[in-house]
Ligand binder design. Sequence first.
Ligand code: PLP
Length: 373
Amino acid sequence: MTSFSHRVEQVSISGIREVFEAAGEDAINLGLGQPDFPTPEHAREAAVDAIRAGKADAYTSNKGTESLREAIAEKHARDNDLDVDPEDIIATAGGSEALHIALEAHVDPGEEVIFPDPGFVSYEALTHIAGGTPKPVGLREDLTLDPRTVEEAITDETAVFVVNSPANPTGAVQSPEDMREFARIADEHDVLCVSDEVYEHQVFDGEHRSPAEFTEGDNVAIVNACSKAYSMTGWRLGWITGATDRIERMLRVHQYGQACASAPSQYAAEAALNGPQDVVEEMRVAFEERRDLLLEGFEEMGLDCPRPSGAFYAMPKVPDGWVDEVIERGVVVVPGEAFGANGDGYARISYATDMETLAEAIDIMADATEAVR
Ligand SMILES: Cc1ncc(COP(=O)(O)O)c(C=O)c1O
């Protein structure tokens, strides 16, 4: 067999998969990164209608249909008070592809990408795939990312820093002041800030703000997706928006790697974005209720858990052997180190499951905690 590229040899299949494989078939899965709700009916119908009408048979424009990009621009006006030109948007295969084309278009071999540790697994992997050098940086005690830490980590080799709020795996939400600082850092150091906002609607305390609201330059690009907002992870529809020149460069990567996002999914996404938004609020309320139940459970177990203000994850500090004990007892959780070296000693719990199942899982985690103490 021929040898493989150095870049790909530095990446392995996510540790999260291994945890799933280790768990029994009847296990309660608190490891999943997707909402446990159906995709809104009107989004499904829009895709079906487009397919039936023959509208989804051909390539769309590389950037995505004009009507989808208009819906995305309207979403940014509505939710983020941002004036986005539909021409400065690329519809992608989920937020994942948006992150991929951002790094491919901006990172040269050896250049550095700064991202939170613990942080979403793709940041490090996509940095390697782009030939860059990962620069994971630690978090505050409350698991938010301190802008000062980012600023201190910037060198002449830094191409990009990634901000993710609300965050996977911590559930942390950055304050508006932090976001203002990230924008200032991007402006002053002339470094691209990639703001991953895929969990923007799942905020329980505080508010979601984007660094793009505060920038005075063109160094913030927003990654977002329908995946978590509308429970559409399987549809693979996300986007990136940023300065015109950046979009033009990212489009080169997208054009050759993807041609365009899946046409039926573009119609579904457009309907989700333009349609009634009550499903978004329903999910947010459900997640908040579950977050509260879980935090109560951790408190009773005596586990210290920085209060997650958003997304649908919690990251308690756990004793040695806790993750294995919990998995052995039939609840899948992910060890913190799957998200970076600083995740060691923590576990990520996804509460994208109904209250009854969550309560059952909490009882099992409580027994496991007793067992390893
Ligand atoms: C922080 C973060 N960004 C991006 C993504 C990618 O989402 P998508 O399913 O839209 O590719 C995920 C998925 O888990 C995520 O947690």
